[in-house]
Design a protein. Sequence first.
Length: 484
Amino acid sequence: MDKYKVLIGLEMHCEISKTNTKVFSSARNSYDDTPNTNIRPVDMAFPGTLPVVNKEAVRKALMASIILNCKQPEYIYFERKNYYYPDLPKGFQITQETKPAPVGIYGELTYEVGEETKTIRVNNIHLEEDAASSTHHEDTTTINYNRAGVPLLELVTEPDFHSAEEAVSFLETMRSIYQYANISEADSKKGQIRCDVNVSIMDASLDEKDPKNWGTKIEIKNVNSFGGVRDAINYEIKRQIELKEDGKYDEMEQQTRRFDEESGTTIYMRSKVDAIDYKYFVEPNIPKFKLDKKWLEEIKATIPPLATERRDKYINELGVSPRDAKIIVKEKPLADYFEETVSLGANPQSAANWINSIILGHLNKMEKTIEELFLTPKMLKGLIDLVESSKISGKQAKEVLTKSLEEEKDPVKLVSELGMSQITDEGELTKIIKEVIEENPTQLESYKKNPKLFDYFVGQVMKKTRGKANPALSAKILKQELDK
Ligand code: ADP
Ligand code: MG
């Protein structure tokens, strides 16, 4: 029995990348364009400009709120969080902080950790604008305002996680939800996901449902990869247990730390004892609006099938093995690729096999995404059909697929270029087999006494056809001809 219980709460920021424009302006929501090209006067807080709420961003935020089983507010409105930073030209961020402003409060989500199912409580999910992004160089800092005003969702959980593994499984589930619901690409490599991780420890014998028993909350800001979240939590647990054992835990103050990727440690940034007062007030330039129940119903009805639903369909309707189905739905683009291949008529389990072995292996090796893959679902279907109709063997297909990915050539074309396709024509095979028998009269005599020589003839047929003879069919014909 462990002496301590770990409590972890997450604040997960995810950009809504799937809207055309920013949350309060008509600038394009695409910050990887040339820096400082996607900006409207309102993003730069020019005097006299007014924000206009992007309905699609609100719709997507409400969809996330519904999926998280949250309560939606009666009125949608926004608030100002006042602070100054160069990446925030207005001097305030438009957000939804104090209850009941957020698009969702008091929800819960069930997620899987390995084979187990767990449920955590969601405190709230709110819609806000992202800040610009600053890049620190050796002696200067540059700012890209393309990101200023990009719609951002912040999801705040209750401290219901007890290990790094649980926290990361939850984040993976959320990423998948954002992808499948078409809310965001949720790509941490593009900086779309950032997490604040809160960790404390308490005596295991006490009741964790009573906040009085909780330990001092340590907040680790802006961890931008799931691997980072895992390492930061594990380091922090170790650090806090050491403090406890040394009798120094109780004098530790609430603080904000940052995660240092290189050393895998967390580093003290500032004390949280005197919290910054952001002087929140209702954003006066955006009128409150009543949330239409019918609109909410419509949003609910249009939630696309999420990963678990797709996984169950692959298993139950398409006959894909549970193991393969689970791998395929991990990333939506991969599931889309699989479904397209199957919709073209490819055998589902074969498609799953090739995707999960050679194709994923290739993508990992090349550090590419499925969207960047040369091989289209149509090409993969072509290759699968060649195997299904015994034109080539599975072993040959493996060779062709590998070569096709390496050389970026259509596998079906490669098969004919390499003269690979199997001989499955009965007449043609019979002719070849007759020739082989005629060319080996002594072996034929021996075969009559010793049937083990059958394999010798198989070998000769393969040699003559350079491995292209269909094995099952050749064996059948060979038997007939030899036993005549
Ligand atoms: P703040 O205003 O400092 O951000 P909140 O009370 O809003 O604090 O909590 C923010 C996050 O901290 C939430 O995810 C919450 O679950 C988590 N949290 C609160 N108390 C603890 C604790 N004792 N241990 C771990 N996480 C905590
Ligand atoms: Mg916080």
